[in-house]
Design a protein around this ligand. Structure first.
Ligand code: ATP
Ligand code: MG
Ligand code: MG
Ligand code: MG
Length: 476
């Protein structure tokens, strides 16, 4: 039988515990760090230690850290490997072991503990990192064809615009070795999956962009639990692992559909629901409530995306809300991810219900407004003898203020014989994006020791329900 997600997590932690690492529970998704909005990697809780600001408690640690990456929201369901919420398994050295041990253990874990066939594994190293290349090639015995030197974008890891960073080396799994070794692109989602990243953390990136060597050399690693589960459970994507699939099944049942028989568009919506609802539950559990700023805004937008996806699948709720019913499934599966979730369940479900009902009301107000706009468009057209049309501004107002996806507006308008000025809509959208980007530059999301990021994120940067733009970090 196939190994469960829960046992992958446990075996990772045990593997490193037996190599001198202390198992430390996951920290909150809300970092104790003003320079980042949310916990985006396992290293974040240890940042002050890496920077030498506080002394280490132990030389080695291992964790299963809950993470959120809003920069991957558009990838959800579209790639087989990205989530907004996921668990990052990590082993850390605080000025203790360095490259060689990190590489040898990562290999032993991958090939012995988890039994991945060595010939299926590929390695990336930072272009200048001859030392890592040599260790992989000479000590581990990886053939040179399976080691790729890659540039800063992929192989120099930073937790933000400033802070501890360093060259990294990644392990990829090959689902299609029959495709050969010529012209290989490790970023090809149909063939490879990156599952383990080893960061050789030896610099602090300063405000002015310079790299200052840290007093001690550290190891920071991240292995995506859902990705390892996908490989070992031999399913086509992370969503079909035992960590997430039960949530998809729950949503499918509520929509009266069968996931395996569903078309790709429907599957995408189910994956969005399954992904986001996990993020929402764990964020609320860590104290982030829906609001119009900062972290609260991330939750709000995730909830709205879930509500829209669910409504478009025809999911009916209980007392008008369906998301709490699906959230119950997440809570059921939460035991080893966050033991607090079960205790906080009533509060989480209540918040979710309130927010969903609120949003549905907004959507309904939008419908009333749309009816009025259509009526006006039709009567104006009749008076002037032109083709009835909704302006880009009108469609954008519905989208921006009332959460109306433009496809919905177009669909309803067409039923009444009214067209929508899509060019005009795109122009409005682009304007809004430009404004929001400008706001970001001013906010400067990663100033070290600066003002609290979440206080600075303006309420007006809303760029629509499909885009989550409050990501406070740059990551590879
Ligand atoms: P990718 O290139 O696939 O986007 P990454 O290079 O951004 O991944 P890292 O920052 O190196 O990822 O994070 C370490 C590990 O965490 C990755 O190797 C992967 O296993 C996992 N991981 C990263 N982002 C995600 C995500 N959005 N969803 C699930 N797992 C992730
Ligand atoms: Mg990568
Ligand atoms: Mg990486
Ligand atoms: Mg990424």
């Amino acid at each position: 039988s196939l190994i469960s997600g829960d046992s992958i997590r446990q075996r990772f932690l045990d593997f490193y515990a037996s190599r001198g690492h202390k198992i430390i529970p996951s920290a909150s998704l809300v970092p104790d760090d003003p320079t980042v909005l949310l916990t985006i990697a396992g290293m974040l809780p240890f940042k002050p230690i890496f920077l030498g600001k506080i002394p280490r408690q132990v030389p080695r640690a291992t964790t299963a850290q809950r993470c959120i990456r809003t920069n991957d929201v558009e990838n959800v369901g579209r790639t087989a490997r990205h989530h907004t919420f996921f668990e990052m398994l990590g082993n850390f050295s605080f000025g203790d072991y360095f490259k060689k041990e990190a590489i040898l253990w990562s290999w032993e874990l991958s090939t012995k503990e988890f039994g991945l066939p060595p010939e299926r594994l590929w390695i990336s190293v930072f272009e200048d990192d001859d030392e890592a290349f040599e260790i992989w090639h000479n000590e581990v015995g990886i053939p040179v064809e399976h080691i790729k030197r890659m540039g800063e974008d992929d192989n120099f890891w930073m937790s933000g615009a400033t802070g501890p960073c360093g060259p990294c080396s990644e392990i990829y799994y090959d689902f299609h070795p029959e495709r050969g070794t010529a012209d290989v692109d490790l970023g090809d989602d149909t063939r490879f999956i990156e599952f383990y990243n080893l960061v050789f953390m030896e610099y602090n990136k300063k405000d002015d962009g310079t790299l200052e060597p840290l007093k001690q050399k550290n190891i920071d690693t991240g292995l995506g639990l859902e990705r390892m589960a996908r490989i070992l459970q031999k399913v086509p994507n992370n969503y079909e692992t035992d960590l997430i699939y039960p949530i998809l099944e729950k949503a499918s049942a509520m929509a009266n559909i069968s996931y395996p028989l569903a078309d790709e568009q429907t599957k995408l919506k189910l994956k969005v629901i399954g992904d986001h609802i996990r993020a929402i539950v764990y964020l609320i559990s860590d104290g982030v409530l829906p609001s119009n700023i900062g972290r609260g805004y991330v939750v709000r937008r995730l909830i709205r995306r879930v509500v829209r996806a669910g409504r478009s699948l025809g999911i009916e709720g209980v007392e008008g809300a369906f998301s709490p019913v699906i959230a119950e499934k997440v809570i059921e599966l939460s035991t080893h991810i966050d033991s607090d979730v079960k205790i906080k369940a009533p509060r989480i479900l209540e918040e979710l219900k309130k927010e969903e009902l609120n949003f549905v009301q907004t959507l309904e107000r939008g419908e009333t407004l749309l009816e009025k706009m259509l009526w006006d468009a039709l009567s104006n057209a009749e008076k002037s003898g032109t083709v009835p049309c909704l302006s880009g501004k009108e469609a954008f107002l519905l989208y921006d203020t009332f959460g109306f996806p433009v496809e919905l507006t177009t669909e309803i308008a067409e039923e009444q014989g009214v067209t929508v000025d899509m060019n005009g809509f795109d122009i409005e959208m682009e304007n809004q994006r430009r404004l929001s980007r400008a706001a970001h530059n001013v906010v400067k999301l990663a100033v070290e020791d600066g003002a609290n990021v979440t206080d600075n994120i303006s309420e007006t940067e809303f760029v629509g329900y499909d885009t989550l733009s409050t990501q406070a970090v740059v990551e590879s």
